[in-house]
Each structure stands twice: as structure tokens, then as C-alpha cells.
Write a protein that binds this ligand. Structure first.
Ligand SMILES: [Zn+2]
Length: 326
């Protein structure tokens, strides 16, 4: 994903102040990738454990964290690599152990810098009598960079989505729920340009269009980089306002108003693949972390409490979404 540029709500600031504030806030934008590498092996997490699942809507942050741990233990898993095949095997095995119906969506991307790349989206389709679909998504590939394991970028959101799958596959939902694990979100050329990214989500969106199912998808919620300590989720500028409102008002009701804040960010990510098909979509992401797209994105950066808070909001906002789209 990529931060496009900062947007400020207070235009009364002097231009110079805005300019320098933006320099500070956007210090890790696409022009400053490849920051300091981590020193030595990743440290074990030093954060307190996740809160008990019964305090976060049944969402178990400790379980989500275990998934992140397992994905990180695989090592780098870029699209087309041996590592990603192990990540796929892990995700599929976990989903099946939850009793989820799993669909493997294989496709090929020709002519990348590493040749033709076989990719795989992993999609859970939880049926219901209601044809309306709510689609949750996360990318699970890691950035093509030596020793990059993507604990937060790829790992955290995939851990959250796996735990969400455990909950939603075990119960009857008021509408059809899909959970999509996207391959190939990260670019091959290091710098985010053109169509050299979001391969998996664009494939899912294209297949929805081909099958005529686009109108059935009433909401698409993307999670990405949902693991940092002291997270700040800004309202993503491209996202569908009513959908952001539901997520953010749920968060405020649960006491997370200082995490789901009203500042704005403009971020290119997998949700754009669905917005381009006129599917209401939103992105929950904290991109403002110093280790973004560096080898310092290791397991010690992921706070189980943040996974729990994010999952709690996803679980508790679902009834609100149901009311809106029924
Ligand atoms: Zn990334």
C-alpha cells in the first residue's frame, strides 16, 4: 500500500507549517522506503497479553497473535515464492480446522520482473439464505525485500482475518460473509506504480464483475497493518463514508475513539480494487509506523491488544452493517 499525501482538516495553518508538518507525518512515504534494518533477530513480544476474548466480543487476540507468529516463522513469503506456498498451506489448514468452506482462486500474472507468477487468493464463502455479501479482506503476501517478514504488513491483518473466520464460520450469519486472503498486494518493483500491485484483490474484483455478483457485495472491509502498539486509524479518504462511519462509530461506542480517530489519510491499497467496481469499501490501517517496508517489521512490533481491538470492532460492527444493508 502507499500513502498518497497528507490531508489536513485545519487549513488555517500557515502553508509553511503545513509543509513541515507533512514532512514529519509523511516521513515514510514512497520516497523514503528502505529505512533502517533491524539489528539482529526479531525479539519476542514484550507487550502485555491480549484481553480475554469475552471482553472483545468473542474475538481472541491471543489466537490472532499466534497466527501472526506462525506466518512470521515461515519467513519471507512474497508472491510466487516457496515461502508463500507454506503461508497458503497454513492459512488453508487453519480455515479448514474452523470448518470454513475454502475456495482457492488460482491465477497467473505474466511478465513481472521475476517472470510469470502463479498466485492464489484464498476465499472463505460462508453461505446464508440472504444473497447480500459482506466481504472482509487482507493481503497475506510480503514485500519483495531480503529478510522482510511483514509481521505487521501482511501478518497482523491475516491473523485478524483468521480469527474472524473462526468466529463467523461457527455461527449462522444474517447475510453471506466472504473472507478473502489476497495474494500479490505488494509491488515487484519496490516503488508503487501503475498496476504493479494489488494483483490478488483486482482478480477477486474482476471475477465478481464477470460473474455478475458485484451488486451483491454491499460492503468490503479491508484490514492492513493492524498490529502496532498505540495504533491510530485515520479515516481513509478514498473509503466509502457511510461504511467508515459505521466502523468508526462502533469503535467510539466501544471506547476506542482515540484509536479510530477523525483525522484523514489518503492511502492506495486493496480496497481501491473494489471501489473501482462501485463496491462500498473501507480500509482500516495504521501506515504511520517507522518500520513500514523495512526489515524491522518483525514480530516484536505486533501488539496482541491491537489485534484484539481491531477484531472487536469488526465483530461488533457487523450487526450495524446488517441493519444498513438488509
Ligand atoms: Zn506493504
Amino acid at each position: 500500500m502507499k500513502l498518497r499525501y497528507c490531508r489536513f482538516g485545519q487549513w488555517s495553518l500557515l502553508f509553511a507549517a503545513i509543509f513541515f508538518a507533512c514532512l514529519a507525518a509523511c516521513g515514510h512515504s514512497s520516497t523514503s522506503e528502505g529505512g533502517a534494518p533491524s539489528a539482529g533477530a526479531p525479539q519476542a513480544a514484550t507487550f502485555p497479553p491480549a484481553p480475554a476474548a469475552e471482553t472483545t466480543g468473542g474475538f481472541d487476540g491471543a489466537r490472532a497473535y499466534k497466527h501472526v507468529e506462525q506466518l512470521v516463522a515461515i519467513g519471507p513469503h512474497t508472491a510466487g515464492s516457496e515461502g508463500i506456498r507454506r503461508a497458503q498451506a497454513y492459512i488453508i489448514a487453519q480455515l479448514k480446522s474452523f470448518g470454513c468452506p475454502v475456495e482457492e482462486q488460482d491465477f497467473s500474472v505474466p511478465g513481472t520482473p521475476v517472470g510469470d507468477v502463479a498466485m492464489k487468493n484464498i476465499i472463505v464463502k460462508i453461505p446464508s439464505a440472504n444473497p447480500n455479501i459482506i466481504l472482509y479482506g487482507s493481503h497475506y503476501d510480503t514485500k519483495r525485500m531480503d529478510n522482510f517478514v511483514g509481521a505487521d504488513d501482511g501478518g497482523s491483518s491475516s491473523g485478524v482475518l483468521l480469527e474472524l473466520a473462526r468466529i463467523l464460520c461457527a455461527r449462522k450469519n444474517a447475510e453471506t460473509v466472504w473472507l478473502a486472503f489476497f495474494d500479490g498486494e505488494e509491488d515487484f518493483n519496490f516503488t508503487w506504480t501503475g498496476n504493479d500491485n494489488t494483483f490478488g484483490s483486482r482478480e477477486v474484483a474482476a471475477r465478481l464483475a464477470n460473474s455478475g455478483d458485484v451488486p451483491r457485495v454491499k460492503a468490503m472491509i479491508l484490514v492492513d497493518m493492524v498490529g502496532p502498539a498505540n495504533p491510530v486509524y485515520k479515516r481513509e479518504y478514498n473509503s466509502t463514508p457511510w461504511l467508515v462511519d459505521i466502523l468508526w462509530s462502533t469503535a467510539a461506542r466501544l471506547g476506542y475513539g482515540k484509536i479510530f480517530v477523525n483525522d484523514r489519510a489518503d492511502i492506495e491499497d486493496d480496497h481501491l480494487s473494489f471501489l473501482k467496481r462501485n463496491i462500498p469499501s473501507a480500509d482500516i490501517i495504521d501506515l504511520d509506523v517507522p518500520y513500514w517496508h523495512t526489515t524491522a517489521d518483525t514480530l516484536d512490533k505486533v501488539d496482541p491488544r491491537t489485534l484484539a481491538i481491531t477484531g472487536h470492532v469488526l465483530v461488533e460492527s457487523l450487526p450495524e452493517l446488517e441493519k444498513k444493508i438488509k
